[in-house]
Design a protein around this ligand. Structure first.
Ligand code: SAM
Length: 220
């Protein structure tokens, strides 16, 4: 693929996405543990639109990083809503809180620090009010578990989005089993295809970060 043309097209598409200073700061943050792995601007905007179309009041996010996708989602739910974001790293959570503050959304966002397997289990245990939209964008190996948690924490009609489900095509390799992230993504897609709780599709994407994909599911 021609990287220069992909970059030029991305420039045209990004013109559809109006980012203010707070979004740009969150997207370009370097103090986090792994800079540059946030969703693309076009996916951020898609998340915002999906939450808006769904009329989402409550959003659950796995993987906060510097708060870039969190800001898109928090702006969609507005001050009457709630976003709960699950993040492993204290350092990232601290950086994200600063960005959420600058974006003016921190009053309706909670970041729960710790492994998402545990914090999401806690939300299930506490019978937390169901979420309208869930973004799965933390580690990929446990995606099947996270999908199960998403089912437990939503009602029919809720939307689930999973980023990075194609992984440069590695999910199609026989050796996907030796790549835990590719194996997790592949298994999650298989679950979405076979589990009657989900009605789903997935799109392949190409951009400056390479060849990947996003799955969108609706809870039946
Ligand atoms: N959604 C963010 C955005 O688009 O701005 C990007 C999230 S980044 C791809 C993945 C994040 O998940 C990282 O901040 C990482 O520390 C966090 N993470 C990794 N493993 C995790 C786990 N087991 N539990 C919770 N968070 C985890």
């Amino acid at each position: 693929m021609d990287a220069t043309r992909i970059g030029a097209v991305e420039g045209l598409l990004t013109a559809l996405v109006a980012e203010d200073d707070a979004l740009v700061a969150a997207r370009t943050a370097t103090e986090v543990t792994t800079p540059g792995i946030e969703v693309s601007p076009t996916l951020g905007k898609l998340l915002h639109l999906l939450a808006t179309v769904r009329g989402a009041r409550r959003v659950l996010e796995f993987g906060t990083l510097a708060g870039y996708s969190t800001i898109w989602l928090a702006r969609a739910v507005g001050p009457g809503g709630r976003v709960v974001s699950l993040e492993l790293e204290r350092r990232n959570a601290a950086v994200a809180r600063r960005h959420l503050e600058a974006a003016g959304v921190s009053a309706w966002v909670d970041i729960l620090c710790g492994p998402a397997a545990s914090t999401s289990a806690l939300l299930v245990e506490r019978a937390t009010e169901p979420f309208d939209l869930v973004l799965l964008d933390a580690d990929k190996a446990p995606l099947p578990l996270y999908l199960d948690r998403a089912a437990a924490l939503t009602r029919p009609g809720a939307v689930v989005v999973i980023d990075n489900v194609v992984r440069g095509g590695r999910i199609a390799d026989d050796e996907a089993a030796s790549d835990p992230d590719a194996a997790g993504a592949r298994q999650a897609l298989a679950t979405l295809a076979s589990d009657p709780r989900w009605d789903a599709t997935a799109l392949q994407t190409v951009g400056p970060k390479g060849w990947d994909g996003v799955a969108v599911a609706v809870r039946r």
